[in-house]
Write a protein that binds this ligand. Structure first.
Ligand code: CDV
Length: 338
């Protein structure tokens, strides 16, 4: 192995609306400790990891809504220093593990669906990503407590940092003297080719993606409103794997996906599907449960070379002058009827 790295997805099982932050933190720290025992160097956690996936609820109580965010202002400093969650980041630093973790960010001026990548060496935030593609609606489908809503457009602003890759300098020595090039996505972003290609164009070798993907929400997906729960789950898993494997392959990069899984409140099921995918699109490790679980693999970043230098040598084969529409158009513009 030329540039070996032991990585893992930290899948997190059910977190109910009533689950306390203290309980969640305890579970996350246990995952960190188990990863450390197995010598994992990079651990990827899900989207909005510290709380339940609150955008599924229509929340009218401002205080409750506020409780789901981390306050990250000029006074508090970075999320790693904020009182609710600093114990998690301290432990990661003590154990020397790089982490990516998602959370609701409140800057005082705006709220975002955010993920930070933090160095296990220094405890510094090496990169912050804000989710670009916010799915769902601004109004609830209905107020039935059994309905899984998707109110991210109501609770978050769209991410404004773009798709900026960075070097995980913390992992330089482990990776044969050359820092891995890392990109970040959050959940729905993984379904859009645009972000992946932006990262491919920066030579990304490891794409980290945490998510909360509902296993049953016919109102959200459209189509057959009488779809069975089993079929809906199967479809959600199929599409999750389809996009991750295909985009990892066409951009010649590893991808680590970390699920918030389980059945929240015993009525809002989420798919698992935590996995590590290689640059040829193969799954090299995946979850076995729907609970808290580490999915671990030792990868070799040199395996990205073949795709980057040959089949998907972007500099050699791309024709950007043919792709103008991609940057110019937002929605679909069909050709005129003749
Ligand atoms: N949290 C998400 O972004 N979830 C979405 C929805 C549409 C299920 C997803 O793409 O997985």
């Amino acid at each position: 192995m030329g540039r070996p790295l032991k990585v893992a997805a930290a899948q997190v099982g059910a977190v109910h609306r009533t689950t306390s932050r203290a309980e969640v933190l305890e579970r996350l720290v246990k995952l960190l400790q188990d990863a450390s025992t197995q010598d994992v160097k990079l651990l990827v956690f899900p989207e909005t990891t510290f709380t339940t996936f609150f955008p599924r609820y229509y929340i009218t109580d401002d205080e409750e809504l506020a409780s789901y965010y981390e306050y990250e202002t000029a006074e508090t400093g970075p999320v790693t220093q904020t009182k609710n969650v600093k114990a998690f980041f301290q432990r990661a630093k003590e154990l020397g593990i790089d982490v990516q973790i998602g959370y609701g960010e409140d800057t005082g001026n705006g709220r975002y669906n955010t993920a930070v990548y933090v160095s296990g060496k220094t405890g510094d935030v090496l990169n912050k990503y804000r989710k670009v593609h916010l799915p769902g609606s601004t109004e609830p489908f209905d107020l039935n407590p059994n309905t899984t809503n998707q109110l991210e457009k109501k609770y978050f602003l769209p991410g404004n940092y773009g798709f900026q890759a960075f070097r995980a300098s913390s992992l330089k020595e482990t990776c044969g003297g050359s820092s891995p090039i890392v990109g970040q996505l959050i959940c729905n972003d993984r379904r859009w080719a645009e972000g992946w290609r932006c990262y491919g164009l920066q030579g990304v070798e490891i794409l980290c993606c945490g998510y909360n993907t509902t296993a049953y929400a016919p109102q959200l997906w459209g189509g057959d409103q009488n779809i069975s729960r089993e079929k809906a789950y199967e479809e959600a898993m199929f599409h999750h794997k389809l996009v991750v494997q295909a985009h990892a392959y066409t951009n010649s990069m590893f991808c680590i996906t970390a699920a918030r899984a389980g059945n929240d409140d015993d009525r809002h099921p989420l798919i698992p599907g935590s996995m590590i995918v290689d640059p040829e699109g193969h799954i090299v490790a995946e979850n076995k449960t729907e609970e808290d679980e580490l999915v671990i693999a030792t990868i070799d970043l040199d395996d990205c070379k073949q795709g980057k230098e040959r089949t998907f040598n972007l500099g050699k084969h791309r024709r950007p002058e043919m792709y103008g529409r991609l940057a110019e158009e937002g929605g679909v513009k069909p050709p005129p009827e003749v």
